[in-house]
Design a protein around this ligand. Structure first.
Ligand code: 3HC
Length: 301
């Protein structure tokens, strides 16, 4: 059955090559998913060779894990490895892509400049998808020559297992772009829903409300492990484990976007701001214990 709000699927354009801007945590997981499910060439692009190599290595690693588990034949695994490449300079590698998705830093000006850059090298029909978790699709597309091919395509972490993709129609998005996004989501074996272009869409807006309250409980003095312990057996992941998986910086961005849009309902946790300012990647150390430096930050007034 066609998802609610999805245009006629006959309007969808084929996707034969995918460009991914960014090679970080989310982007490299996307590369793995696109290679595995679409079996088309996927090019990862980032600012320097080190990041690019790390992203490609992640994909090779994940392919190796599936092969070791017997879920991929050696032939297929080798074929998938051959489909993933990484570049610093997008111009040639992206020229014949028909679906480009960006998963770079969650900042409007950065995402706008990425799309302006990509637009110079791709065809006018190439879909420009954004994995933004909170920003306006309409605004992101506003200065482009072809804003009608921009669409929100928001995945959840870990990409391989989380079933949902939120598809966001911007003010200018046309039916062919939207139909291509839905068809691609289906080919990726994800559940697709059409969501309104509003701050943090649906899932992160709800999660933001929940995490805001969690932040308040900690800001009021309850230790993080106690809050997480309260969720053992209730949710698949305790809140601060989830926050570490998503990344504190992304979570802070989300709560700031929501606070700007709905100041009476969304709270920006000062403790989370301190954790992000100290560039902490998460709350727990490799031994599973709360990072003592993070603990000290949480206790500050
Ligand atoms: N990459 C690839 N596969 C992974 C993975 C990863 N990072 N993490 C887990 N998996 C796979 C495992 O390999 C395993 O597969 P298998 O059964 O085929 O071998 C399967 O997932 C289950 O893994 P586990 O048995 O190790 O773990 P759990 O049963 O504890 O489940 C979980 C793991 C599915 C991640 C679960 O803890 C969960 O649902 N957590 C909540 C995640 C969540 O809410 N994410 C949304 C965050 S919000 C977001 O991303 C939005 C963004 O914009 C901020």
């Amino acid at each position: 059955r066609r998802p609610a709000g999805a245009p006629d699927r006959s309007l969808a354009r084929p996707v034969t090559k995918v460009g991914i801007v960014g090679a970080g945590l989310m982007a490299s997981q996307l590369a793995m998913l696109f290679v595995r499910r679409l079996e088309v060439p996927v090019v990862l692009a980032d600012l320097d060779q080190e990041r690019v190599d790390k992203g490609v290595a992640y994909v090779h690693d994940e392919i190796g894990k599936l092969e070791a588990k017997g879920r991929l034949s050696r032939d297929r695994a080798n074929r998938y490895r051959g489909l993933v490449t990484g570049v610093v300079e997008k111009a040639d590698a992206f020229a014949d892509a028909d679906f480009v998705i960006e998963a770079v830093f969650e900042e409007m000006s950065v995402k706008k400049s990425v799309f302006a850059d990509v637009e110079k090298v791709v065809s006018p029909e190439c879909v420009l998808a954004t994995n933004t978790s909170s920003l306006s699709i309409t605004e992101m597309a506003a200065d482009l020559e072809h804003p009608e091919r921009v669409v929100g395509f928001h995945f959840f972490n870990p990409v391989a297992v989380m079933p949902l993709v939120e598809i966001v129609r911007g003010g200018a998005t046309d039916d062919a772009t939207l139909a291509t996004a839905f068809a691609t989501g289906k080919a990726l074996k994800k559940t697709t829903i059409l969501v309104t272009d509003s701050p943090s869409f649906i899932v992160n807006r709800l999660l933001g409300r929940f995490m805001g309250e969690v932040g308040r409980i900690v800001d009021e003095g309850t230790p993080v492990p106690v809050v997480d312990g309260a969720f053992a057996g209730v949710a698949p992941m305790p809140p601060f484990v989830l926050l570490s998986l998503v990344g504190p910086a992304i979570a802070l961005h989300n709560s700031e976007t929501l606070h700007r849009a709905f100041p009476d309902r969304f709270h920006v946790s000062p403790a989370l701001e301190r954790v992000v300012a100290a560039r902490k990647p998460g709350y727990y150390g490799p031994d599973g214990a709360l990072d003592p430096e993070v603990e000290a930050m949480l206790e500050q007034p």
